[in-house]
Design a protein around this ligand. Structure first.
Ligand code: SF4
Length: 60
C-alpha cells in the first residue's frame, strides 16, 4: 500500500514507511500514519534484535 506525506506529498511504501523530513517542523506529525508506522517498525526491529542477542527482559 502506498501512503502520502500530508505536508510534502511524498509517496511512501507502507512496508518501509519513513518520514523523509524528520527534522522539519510538521503540523501533521502528531497524527501522521507514516511516522506511526515507522515507529512501530523500529520498535519491532529493536525487540527482534534484542531477543536474538539474548537481551530480552528477563527476571533478575
Ligand atoms: S511527519 Fe513526515 S511524513 Fe508525516 S506529514 Fe509530516 S513530513 Fe510528512
Amino acid at each position: 500500500m502506498e501512503l502520502e506525506c500530508e505536508k510534502y506529498k511524498d509517496k511512501v511504501d507502507s512496508e518501509n514507511a519513513v518520514c523523509r523530513h524528520p527534522d522539519d517542523y510538521c503540523q501533521f506529525r502528531q497524527g501522521c500514519i507514516i511516522r506511526f508506522m515507522e515507529k512501530e517498525r523500529k520498535g519491532q526491529q529493536k525487540a527482534k534484535a534484542s531477543s536474538l542477542s539474548g537481551n530480552s527482559a528477563k527476571p533478575q
